[in-house]
Design a protein around this ligand. Structure first.
Ligand SMILES: [Zn+2]
Length: 171
């Protein structure tokens, strides 16, 4: 489930650069907002059976979402490399706050939503924060702390995180 190719920081930085270049290009063009979707996975292996399943569920849900809510989609692109998965959609005709709120609700409704990062990025290249909309910061998969803090402090072992993700994927 979690086996795959290990990547290093350089690989991850190169992947992020490619993504942010596309974001800038699209936002400098006709995109009013971007939906930016990545899969959260700690540790050196970013692409494995678990992240592939999460990524597929997320893409299917986002595609369904823009059909259901008649969102104007200008273009979309998937990125896949050993350093991770990313999906970006250029959209227009909806406010950033409404779109973010709708996507938080979507994330909350999905079985694997807790492992997804679905951001709304505006013309300033910055993501709209959950806090702006009154939502609590995302909670860790294992304890009740903020996910960001546990990740930064490496509170939990990779084995424990994998176990928590396995349980979510199996339920
Ligand atoms: Zn924690």
């Amino acid at each position: 489930m979690f086996e795959g190719v290990s990547v290093n920081l350089m690989d991850i930085m190169a992947f992020r650069d490619a993504i942010s270049n596309t974001h800038k290009l699209w936002l400098d063009g006709n995109a009013e907002l971007l939906i930016s979707f990545t899969v959260n996975m700690m540790g050196p292996v970013k692409v494995n059976q678990a992240t592939r399943r999460i990524f597929q569920q997320g893409i299917a849900a986002i595609e369904q979402f823009y059909m259901d809510t008649s969102l104007i989609v200008l273009h979309a692109q998937r990125f896949e490399s050993a350093a991770g998965f990313h999906y970006v959609v250029a959209v227009s005709g909806r406010s950033s706050l409404l779109l973010k709120k709708q996507l938080i609700e979507l994330e909350l409704s999905l079985p694997y939503g807790r492992m997804m990062d679905i951001d709304v990025i505006d013309k300033s290249y910055r993501p709209v924060s959950r806090r702006c909309l009154g939502y609590a910061p995302r909670q860790c998969l294992i304890c009740h702390q903020q996910a960001k803090d546990c990740a930064r402090n490496q509170t939990h072992s990779l084995a424990d995180l994998h176990l928590a993700i396995s349980e979510i994927l199996a339920s």
